[in-house]
Structure formats: structure tokens, C-alpha cells
Design a protein around this ligand. Structure first.
Ligand SMILES: Nc1ncnc2c1ncn2[C@@H]1O[C@H](COP(=O)(O)OP(=O)(O)OP(=O)(O)O)[C@@H](O)[C@H]1O
Ligand SMILES: [Mg+2]
Length: 296
């Protein structure tokens, strides 16, 4: 093995370790990894790509999620809002296998029981997640970050001997254009603006072509222009992907929902369950929602 290859392998490993450190955390009952189950195939013939039923997560007796039920249709872009501590991030932790609920059911399509899968299995069947803080590899270039995402499911050894095909190079080039980072391809990710880092992470997620994307406060810290571009990007993904977007930025939620064909549903979470669901105008006029937000 040439020193170059060894170095590449070490880099990839180190980068992965960093990523798993950033992403590891605790909450609820830690996922138990004792069981091995083969993921089934995704069946969305009944319309829903994600189905949560009666999910409860307790932290020392405090219910972060309290009998939460929610269903997302295939191809839907669903916005989820709610005050701090409503349980939005915890909900994503349950969907991605990071936190096991005490009670309830979670299905991907109508056949895949998410509560029986490990975190890495859930990622590999097509559920991608963007965390609240951007988690990109700061020492690697923008291009290398996307390259790494493309081969993320290979073992370290396979990655070392992996060569990008012409088709894969084209995909990276397309992604650079889509996330407006074409001119920064060779820059270190650490030098990007906060908004650009958010985009790069979204691009890294998309390289893995997830069927369902979970985005936790994707426009936090972005400028108005970056926020608008992000709304355009998400709207362009709708249909081919299903998206669950958690945000506090109501202007952004407005941009995502007003363009909806027949109006798009917004879900309001509060104290671990659904407080209201409907068109943005409907939930904004809902008395219970107004009370929660104004703290009356
Ligand atoms: N690991 C944990 N241990 C104890 N309590 C936790 C843990 N994780 C979350 N919580 C609590 O659960 C509740 C829901 O938290 P969560 O992070 O899901 O809220 P959120 O809706 O994402 O809020 P925000 O809008 O501030 O991001 C909060 O009261 C939080 O303090
Ligand atoms: Mg949160």
C-alpha cells in the first residue's frame, strides 16, 4: 500500500470518528443494538412514508414526547413548528433510532418497523438527517465532503480503493451547482459561511439520495437571501423526496407552504404531542396555538 493510500484511509477513518462523535448523544432510553433484523423494502402503496403512533419518550419521568402520532405522505414536504422544548428534535431522534421510545410505533412505509432497526440501518434504508448544528468536515474541501458522503456506506478498506466514476463526478458537480457552492469546491469547508456550511451538509445528505429527509432548523443563522434560496431548494426536492422540516423562522415556513399546490399542512407540536395541524393560516389563527406562542 502506498503512503498516500494509507493516509487517505486514516483521513477517512478520522473524519468518520469525528462525525460520529458530533452525532452521538444520549436521550430517552439508549437504543439497544442487540437484535439483528433485515430491513424490509419500502412500501408506500398506502400513501404514508412515515407513520408515528402513540410515541412516548420519558427522561426521568418527564415526557419529552407524549403519545405523539403523526403521518407523512410520500413526496410530502411537512413543516413542523412549536415552541422550545416541544419535542421536535426528540421526535427526529426517535425516527432515526438515536432514542428508543418507551411506548408507541414508528413505521417507514407500511412494512419497516423503525423501532427494530439500528441507527446506521435506518440511515442506509433512506432516512437522512440534518442536525441543528452543521456537521461538516472542516479540514476537508467542499468537494471532498461531498465525495465522502457519496461513499459513506462503504467500509474504510473499500473506500481506500474507491475511484470516482465519471457519473459520480457528474453527480458531485450537479450537487455543487444545486447547493450554490460551485465556486467554493476546492475551499476548506471550515472557511465557509455558516449558511454555506448548512448547504454543504444538505448536499452531503442528498448525495446519499434519501427517500425521507429530516431537517432540524436548517436556516438557523442564515441571511435572508440564503434562507430564500434554501426554501427554493427544498421546494425543488418535494415530490421526489419526502421532507420533514422543523423551523422557528416563520417567514421561511411561509415560503415553503404558500407555494403548495393545494395548500400544505403544518404541524404544531407542544409538550410532546400534536397541538394543531392544518394550513399555516389555520394554525396561526388557532387559539390554542396563539396561547402557546404568546405564553398566555
Ligand atoms: N437527553 C435528555 N435528557 C433530559 N431531557 C431532555 C433530553 N433531551 C431533551 N430533553 C428535554 O425534552 C424536551 C424536548 O426537547 P427537544 O430538544 O426535543 O425540544 P425541541 O422542540 O427540539 O426544542 P428547540 O426548539 O429548543 O430545539 C425539553 O424539555 C428538553 O429539555
Ligand atoms: Mg430542537
Amino acid at each position: 500500500m502506498t503512503p498516500d493510500l494509507m493516509k487517505a484511509g486514516t483521513e477517512i477513518r478520522r473524519a468518520r470518528d469525528e462525525k460520529s462523535m458530533v452525532e452521538s448523544g444520549s436521550g430517552g432510553r439508549q437504543a439497544s443494538y442487540g437484535r439483528l433484523h433485515k430491513p424490509g423494502t419500502l412500501d408506500v402503496s398506502h400513501g404514508a412514508i412515515l407513520y408515528l403512533d402513540d410515541i412516548t419518550v420519558s427522561f426521568d419521568g418527564f415526557k419529552a414526547l407524549n403519545a405523539l402520532s403523526l403521518s407523512i405522505s410520500a413526496g410530502e414536504l411537512r413543516c413542523i413548528i412549536g415552541p422550545n422544548g416541544a419535542g421536535k428534535t426528540t421526535m427526529m431522534d426517535v425516527i432515526t433510532g438515536k432514542t428508543r421510545p418507551d411506548l408507541g410505533h414508528a413505521y417507514f412505509g407500511s412494512t419497516i418497523d423503525l423501532l427494530r432497526l439500528r441507527e446506521n440501518e435506518i440511515a442506509s434504508i433512506g432516512i437522512g438527517r440534518k442536525f441543528q448544528k452543521p456537521t461538516v468536515f472542516e479540514q476537508l474541501s467542499v468537494f471532498e465532503n461531498l465525495e465522502l458522503a457519496l461513499r459513506a456506506d462503504r467500509g474504510v478498506r473499500a473506500s481506500m480503493f474507491f475511484r470516482l466514476s465519471g457519473e459520480q463526478l457528474d453527480r458531485i458537480a450537479e450537487m455543487l451547482t444545486l447547493i450554490h457552492l460551485k465556486d467554493s469546491a476546492q475551499r476548506n469547508a471550515g472557511l465557509l459561511s455558516h449558511g454555506q456550511k448548512q448547504w454543504l451538509e444538505i448536499g452531503m445528505l442528498l448525495m446519499q439520495d434519501p427517500k425521507l429527509l429530516l431537517l432540524d432548523e436548517p436556516v438557523a443563522g442564515m441571511t435572508d437571501e440564503e434562507t430564500e434560496r434554501t426554501a427554493e431548494l427544498f421546494l425543488s426536492l418535494e415530490g421526489n423526496h419526502s421532507l420533514v422540516v422543523v423551523e422557528h423562522d416563520m417567514k421561511f415556513i411561509g415560503e415553503l407552504t404558500q407555494n403548495g399546490r393545494n395548500g400544505k399542512k403544518v404541524t404544531v407540536l407542544h409538550e410532546g404531542s400534536v397541538l394543531a395541524e392544518g394550513l399555516l393560516s389555520e394554525v396561526q389563527a388557532n387559539e390554542k396555538v396563539v396561547e402557546v406562542y404568546l405564553g398566555r
